[in-house]
Design a protein around this ligand. Structure first.
Ligand SMILES: [Zn+2]
Ligand SMILES: [Zn+2]
Length: 378
C-alpha cells in the first residue's frame, strides 16, 4: 500500500481527458501518453537527444537547464524511487545468499511460492511499494518507459508468488490500461476470475508456468481483441461477491473505452461527410463505416449493455465506489483504516488512486456515470 507521502501525488492526476473540436478524434488512447520520452520540463524532443535523470531513470530533460528548472517538482518522486529501489535490492541480498535458511537462492528455488516464506514478506512489501513509486512517477510524466517499469515489478511479484500480495491484483489492470494494453487487462482479469473455482490440475499448470518464465515476464494466456468478448459469457463468476472490486471497475473502463472509440469514430465520419455533402458521397458513408469498424466484431449493443451491467454490479458490491470515482477527494482525505473491508469505504479508498485516472481519460465515461448515478440514487 502507498506510504502516506505518496497519497498526495496519487490523487493529483485526476484531470479528465479534453474533448472538443480542437482535439483529435479519440482512438482509444489517451493523447497525453508518450510512446517516446520527451523533456518532462518543456515537452520538447531536441535533436541532440534527451538526458535521463541519473538517479531514478524515470524523467528526461533537454539539458541541465531544464533539469534544474524541474527539480522542485521532481525531487520527491525521484527520492522515493531511488530509496525504494535501494531498499528492495538490500532486502534481496540475504534471500539470494547460499548461507540462508535451506542454503538455497529463494529466487530460484521458490518461484511460485516465494511469498509464503516468513523471511520474504518484507521483501514482497518493499517491492510492492516500488510499484507504487513507479506508478506515481509514471502518472506524472505519462511516458511509456516509466509505466513499463511499474509493470515489470508488479508482474515479477506475481511470477514469484502465485497468490502475490493482494495489492498487486488491484493495481495490475490499471497499469495495463495506462499502457493502452486493454486486451492484456481483459486477459488478466478473465484469468483470475476463472481461477476462482479452478481445479487442482489448473493450479498445477499455473505453477509450471511460473517456473518456466523469466523475471518480469507476462505469465498469463493472451488473446488478441479479447476485450470485445462479453465478460458475462466468458466468466460467469463475474457476478460472484468474491470478485475484487478493482477488477469490476477495470472491466467497466475497458468497455467504456470501446464505446467511446466507436462513438468518436462514427462522429468523425459523419462530420467528414457533412463537409463534403453530395448525394453520391453520402451513399458510400455506410460502407466507409463498415470498413473502419468491424461491426460484427465490436458488437456495440452488447458493449453498451455490459457497461450498464457492470455499473449495476459495482454499485451492488460497494455503493461507495461509483460516487467516489466522480468525487474522490472526500475519501482521499479520510484516515485510512487498516484491513480490507468488502463493501466499505476502505475497499474503495485502496483502488481510487489507480482507477480514477484511467476512468476519466475515457471521453464520455464521466458523463455516463453521472447520469447512471442519478438513476441509481433517486
Ligand atoms: Zn526541456
Ligand atoms: Zn530522478
Amino acid at each position: 500500500m502507498p506510504s502516506p507521502a505518496f497519497v498526495g501525488a496519487l490523487f493529483a492526476n485526476f484531470e479528465p481527458i479534453q474533448t472538443g473540436d480542437h482535439v483529435p478524434a479519440y482512438e482509444g488512447k489517451d493523447p497525453r501518453f508518450q510512446d517516446e520520452p520527451w523533456c518532462v520540463n518543456c515537452h520538447n524532443r531536441p535533436e541532440m537527444g534527451l538526458r535521463c535523470c541519473s538517479r531514478c531513470h524515470a524523467a528526461w530533460y533537454c539539458n541541465s537547464k531544464c533539469q534544474k528548472a524541474h527539480y522542485g517538482a521532481h525531487k520527491e518522486i525521484c527520492l522515493a524511487v531511488v530509496k525504494t529501489l535501494k531498499h528492495v535490492e538490500q532486502l534481496a541480498i540475504p534471500l539470494r545468499r547460499a548461507s540462508f535458511a535451506n542454503s538455497e537462492n529463494l529466487f530460484e528455488t521458490e518461484v511460485g511460492t516465494f511469498g509464503q516464506w516468513e523471511d520474504t514478506r518484507v521483501y514482497m512489501a518493499a517491492r510492492s511499494n516500488l510499484v507504487d513509486a513507479y506508478w506515481i512517477a509514471a502518472s506524472v510524466v505519462d511516458i511509456k518507459d516509466v509505466w513499463e517499469m511499474a509493470l515489470y515489478h508488479v508482474l515479477e511479484l506475481q511470477r514469484l508468488d502465485v497468490d502475490g500480495p493482494f495489492d498487486t491484483h488491484l493495481v495490475t489492470p490499471f497499469i495495463l490500461l495506462s499502457l493502452h494494453r486493454d486486451d492484456d487487462a481483459f486477459d488478466y482479469i478473465r484469468y483470475h476470475l476463472n481461477m476462482i473455482d479452478a481445479d487442482e490440475e489448473t493450479i498445477m499448470e499455473l505453477m509450471s508456468r511460473h517456473v518456466a518464465f523469466q523475471e518480469g515476464d507476462w505469465i498469463y494466456p493472451r488473446e488478441k481483441n479479447c476485450r470485445f468478448l462479453s465478460i458475462f459469457d466468458e466468466c460467469p463468476t463475474v457476478n460472484s461477491p468474491l470478485v475484487p472490486l478493482a477488477f469490476l471497475v477495470a472491466l467497466l473502463i475497458i468497455k467504456c473505452g470501446i464505446v467511446a472509440t466507436y462513438d468518436a469514430t462514427f462522429k468523425s465520419i459523419d462530420l467528414a461527410f457533412e463537409a463534403t455533402g453530395g448525394q453520391h458521397i453520402q451513399e458510400v458513408k455506410d460502407t466507409v463505416k463498415e470498413m473502419l469498424i468491424d461491426v460484427d466484431h465490436v458488437k456495440i449493443d452488447s458493449q453498451r449493455q455490459q457497461v450498464q451491467q457492470l455499473v449495476d454490479i459495482i454499485h451492488r458490491n460497494n455503493p461507495y465506489m461509483l460516487p467516489a470515482i466522480l468525487n474522490p477527494l472526500p475519501l482521499a482525505s479520510n484516515e485510512r483504516t487498516e484491513g480490507y473491508d468488502r463493501g466499505q469505504p476502505s475497499e474503495v479508498k485502496d483502488i481510487i488512486p489507480y482507477c480514477v485516472r484511467c476512468f476519466l481519460r475515457v471521453p464520455g465515461a464521466e458523463q455516463m456515470l453521472e447520469q447512471r448515478i442519478g438513476e441509481l440514487f433517486w
